[in-house]
Design a protein around this ligand. Structure first.
Ligand SMILES: [Zn+2]
Length: 407
């Protein structure tokens, strides 16, 4: 093999091809550095003398289906400039790595298009831990190049990753859809490093945060976020809360009733919680809903409040929205139902953040999609044993083409 081919196929410059061996289905290329290119790896001096030799191997790009391994016949060189004795470098691999940089690129490219199983099958001879280490190093490098200082609008939310026992808190940049921070836990302190990073970036530009009404995150924003940042309590959590309350009202009523009334109420959860426009076109569902609402006044009123609340986000201005919600609160409280009263109190206590939607119309909505993708990641990997890798994968989860899974 010519020197030129070694360079073009494997990136090896200044090497001499010695021989090839075929062992256990793999190709071994023996190479040796030309003497004219020898230098000290410590100080780069060329004033060196030969002080012994050794062999090292590196995984390189496969040829066809055959794994290819470079066997470097390396010289130990003692340097007259710095006095040290060092092994010469192969140039194409990072120190202490058993694979070349080309091989790394090959794995990273594969990881963008193939599943864990497909890569593992293709690179059996390397082992999953090595492959994972290469992907991890690549993700970490790309992560370092990210700047979160300019982030303007974010959403914060939690996701349960182990049946309600283990939580991750994720922060999404709402302008790019990228997860920019992920950490274990869901308490106040878990957001502290994130806000520190934002503040330390020198030109913090953070304007608004979409977040639910959980007091831990609110406390973190109060304590650690740059001053003046607006909080937006988004409609997803509010609507979900209202639906929960409506369902509680339904169950209270169900328990209280008997006989034919109970029969009408049975299985009505879906009807009540669905948006009205999704029921309206279906005659059977519409008839059942109508029967239920005619039968039970409390459920009827709670249902109308639920539907009404959705109009809060359709108002023309912040002022109109405020008027709207004040009327809604009054109507809700006039019913004297403790569950609905609790909902009204919650809204009133967080009114500023709810109204802020009219200054920054952002929501935690994008996190929902991301959370679904995280769940897919987790399922495909049968749970993540390597938390660090899992978190790295989450930080790149927007990259739709990046479909590799595994732990
Ligand atoms: Zn030297």
């Amino acid at each position: 093999m010519s020197t030129a081919l070694l360079y073009h196929a494997f990136g090896l410059k200044a090497y001499k091809y010695l021989r090839a061996e075929y062992l256990n289905g793999a190709i071994f290329f023996h190479v040796k550095k030309k003497e004219a290119y020898q230098y000290c790896t410590n100080c780069r001096s060329r004033d060196v003398t030969f002080a012994g030799r050794t062999e090292r191997i590196w995984h390189s790009l496969p040829i066809g289906l055959k794994p290819t391994i470079i066997v470097g016949h390396l010289h130990r060189l003692s340097c007259h400039s710095c006095g040290l004795s060092r092994l010469e470098s192969l140039e194409v691999a990072d120190p202490r790595k058993g694979y070349t940089r080309l091989f790394c690129r090959y794995v990273v490219e594969m990881a963008k298009q193939m599943t864990k199983a497909a890569i593992a099958a293709k690179l059996k001879f390397v082992g999953w831990n090595t492959i994972k280490a290469i992907i991890k190093a690549d993700l970490q490098k790309r992560l370092k190049q990210r700047r979160i200082g300019q982030v303007r609008l974010i959403a914060i939310d939690e996701i349960s990753v182990k049946k309600g026992q283990r939580y991750l808190t994720n922060v999404v940049d709402l302008e790019t859809g990228q997860v920019i921070y992920t950490t274990e836990g869901r308490d106040t302190e878990c957001l502290r490093p994130f806000f520190l990073k934002v503040k330390c970036s020198g030109r913090a530009n953070l304007k608004a945060i979409a977040v639910d009404m959980s007091s831990a995150y609110l406390k973190a924003i109060e304590l650690y976020a740059p001053p003046g940042v607006k909080i937006i309590h988004d409609r997803y959590h509010l609507v979900a809360n209202m639906n929960r309350v409506l369902d509680e009202v339904r169950r209270d009523e169900y328990r209280r009733k008997s006989g034919p009334e109970k029969a009408v109420m049975r299985g009505s959860r879906y009807l009540l919680l669905s948006a009205f426009e999704n029921i309206y076109d279906d005659e059977e569902k519409f008839t059942r809903l109508e029967a239920l609402l005619t039968l039970n006044e409390t459920i009827h009123k709670a249902y109308l409040l639920k539907e009404d609340l959705r109009l809060f986000w359709e108002q023309d201005s912040r002022d109109e929205a405020e008027q709207f919600i004040r009327i809604w609160l009054k109507e809700t409280r006039s019913l004297g139902n403790s569950r609905l009263d609790a909902m009204a109190n919650m809204i009133e206590n967080h009114l500023e953040g709810i109204l802020n939607y009219y200054d920054y119309p952002i929501t935690t909505g994008p996190l929902e999609g991301i959370n679904n993708k995280i769940k897919v990641l987790k399922r495909a990997a049968y749970g993540f044993r390597d938390m660090e890798y899992f978190k790295l994968r989450i930080l790149f989860i927007r990259d739709a083409s990046f479909t590799l899974v595994g732990a």
